[in-house]
Design a protein around this ligand. Structure first.
Ligand SMILES: Cc1ncc(COP(=O)(O)O)c(C=O)c1O
Length: 394
């Protein structure tokens, strides 16, 4: 079908890349061992520390988020180490599979894919582990398959209450630069991220933010690593370079993205995402459809997932919306395939883009004959209006 105007890329990442960022990377490739790179490296590594809210090092890989997840494990653990993995959805299962392949022993905390990691269960597991066999706890901050955000500050408190020394490894792929995240305050040991979500970049960069404790664990960790090795990376970063060819044009893009985040102010960025999430939920609820997240304290601010009514395939609805209105929405992953539609409202985004996205969905619900009530758009606009003053003043 022929489409006019702009495509709406409203999957929960990759997200829309602002023109400013596209222009910043549209430049000749530079010599990655030449004189231009060190100043860029220094600026972006410092900027990233402010986004992760850490004084520790952040490393950048030319990789997707999954590569950065592998880097987190191989740099801190040894074969046979026990890791606690909360089942929050598809992406926690990806972590679990990765850990199994690395030869780690998994302690599972099962979940229903509608709630975040439970602080009480975490404390119970850690208290029961008096020999401190568990070496790391793995939590997906924002489970992109469900739109459920785990409460990291409460999880940290649970670890402290149990006085357990396990590392806390957090996947912030779809939360960083969209939702409140505090590496140092929450004593996260390794944060894993990718470029294509809140950072508003194309796919292609992976990140590890590393605590002192994780650096110490690195010294005794025995999993094989070469490409992902922190030591090589940190040594080269100190002089402004990388141990192998970095994705140079993406680094220029990242520098611009960091400028944009600083201009808006991170706290404003978070409130903007909160507003768009609240308005999206208002629309879904007005349509009479069910949000996947069943715990309001754990609603994601970067995306919203909802079920289609039984007997109405979610992917058929998505296809109708894409083909007719040129709006891309996220598909249901693993066991949610065909049951769930995911609306991405993160990254470079505004009220009118949200209204357009929701209009595409409401039109699609009508066209596809999915039973729903009218009024979702109106509910979203009311939500945006009611929350606007709190944000815009000043
Ligand atoms: C929470 C989460 N973790 C990990 C990943 C994997 O990242 P990538 O696809 O960049 O490897 C994703 C990707 O969407 C994600 O949303």
């Amino acid at each position: 079908m022929l489409h006019t105007g702009r495509h709406f890329l409203q999957i929960p990442g990759p997200t829309n890349v602002p023109d400013r960022i596209l222009r910043a990377m549209d430049r000749p490739v530079i010599d990655h061992r030449g004189p231009e790179l060190p100043a860029v490296t220094a600026e972006i590594l410092e900027g990233l520390q402010r986004v992760f809210k850490t004084r520790g090092p952040v490393v950048i890989y030319p990789s997707s988020g999954t590569g950065a997840a592998e880097a987190a494990l191989v740099n801190t653990l040894s074969a046979g180490d026990r890791v606690l993995v909360f089942e929050t959805g598809h992406f926690s299962n990806v972590w679990r599979a990765l850990a199994v392949r690395m030869g780690l022993v998994i302690e599972d905390v099962p979940g229903n894919w509608r709630r975040g990691a439970s602080p009480a269960e975490l404390e119970d597991h850690l208290r029961a582990d008096s020999s401190h066999a568990i070496k790391a706890v793995i939590v997906v901050h924002n489970e992109t398959s469900t739109g459920v955000a785990s409460r990291l500050s409460d999880l940290r408190r649970a670890m402290d209450a149990a006085r357990h020394p396990a590392l806390l490894i957090v996947d912030a792929v779809s939360s960083l630069a969209s939702m409140d995240f505090r590496q140092d305050e929450w004593q996260v040991d390794v944060t894993v991220c990718g470029s294509q979500k809140g950072l508003m970049l194309p796919p292609g960069l992976g990140f590890n933010a590393i605590s002192k404790k994780a650096l110490a664990a690195n010294q005794s960790a025995r999993l094989p690593r070469s490409y992902w090795d922190w030591d090589d990376m940190l040594a080269q970063n100190r002089i402004g370079f990388f141990p192998y060819t970095p994705a140079t044009n993406l680094l220029f893009a990242l520098r611009e993205a960091l400028h944009m985040l600083e201009e808006e102010g991170l706290e404003h960025v978070f409130r903007r995402h909160d507003r768009h999430a609240a308005a999206s939920r208002a629309a879904v609820q007005a349509w009479g459809l069910e949000i996947v997240c069943e715990e309001p304290r754990e609603y994601s601010s970067s995306m919203t997932a909802f079920y289609t009514p039984a007997g109405h395939d979610a992917d058929r609805l998505r296809t109708v919306i894409l083909e007719n209105f040129d709006v891309s929405l996220g598909t249901g992953l693993s066991k949610l395939a065909g049951r769930v539609v995911r609306i991405g409202h993160l990254g470079a985004f505004n009220d009118v883009m949200l209204a357009g996205t929701l209009a595409g969905i409401e039109l699609g619900l009508r066209l596809a004959g999915v039973p729903h009530k009218d009024g979702g758009i109106m509910a979203a606009l009311e939500s945006l209006t009611s929350m606007a003053q709190a944000v815009r003043v000043g």
